[in-house]
Design a protein around this ligand. Sequence first.
Ligand code: PRP
Ligand code: ZN
Length: 292
Amino acid sequence: MEQKVNENIRLAVQKKGRLTDKCLDLLKLCGIEIENYSERLVVSSRTFPLDILFLRDDDIPEYVQDGVADIGIVGENVIEEKNISVGILEKLGFGKCKIMMANPEHIPLNSPLDLEGRTIATSYPRILKNYLNSEGLSAKIIELSGSVEIAPALGVADVICDIVSTGNTLMMNKLRKGFSIFESEAVLVKSANKELSMEKIILIDDLVRRIRSVLNARRSRYLMMNVPKVSLERIMELIPSLRSPTIVPLADEELVAVHAVIPSDFIWNTISILKSEGASGILLLPIENMIS
Ligand code: PRP
Ligand code: ZN
């Protein structure tokens, strides 16, 4: 009997780290469920033709480039450092971090010029080197694969150049935030070279569409409120993002109910305007999915 080729798409995800849970949460909201992933390298979803490969984040760009995985979720910092040609399908809005310079108290770091002649420990030698070159600076780069933040205390380097997300690691190691040289977030990538089968292209399109609808929903809230009829026009003028709201008459003829989708980051400004215009019964609801 002819063996059926596995046409599941293969998605590479960080095995254990800052992106792992957020990737799996995103997939779940896209209707892609997986179970018992903790100890396994490859896990198939029950609800979508997709296999997840759990890998070291530093290896993901290369695996995607070579087609071992069809697509991957990884930080832009890793892609930039590896200098690998992958195509970005979507920015995912999580895993935001910066590659920053950081210094111990006794080493001044007020401007890039303070780096001249220093020894800098980093896991990002390529990004750092490009930065130093672009600023016309020369410094000695010490490449470390981890625990970069202890280098100054060990006397291995004057300052460091490493990922900062919350800043807790710097604080615990008595280092100060200097300036940022690269900003990053998690992205969905595909190989820039490898040709995929039509089946896989269709599946990846479907996945990207689902991800977009989840991200759109995350950026929005569903607003419901009662508004005095006399204020309606003014409220619509004040809040241009209240595009084509649904307006429902109420038993109290002086009021109408207004339902609309608004951007999450506008909410708090918006609410105070609404209240001052007499809006009442204001409800804001999360949106699970916004399909366009
Ligand atoms: C980074 C970095 C720091 C820490 C900073 O490592 O090397 O140790 O995160 O985060 P914070 O500002 O929230 O404290 P990461 O966990 O990404 O591991 P990796 O660099 O080995 O992939
Ligand atoms: Zn890593």
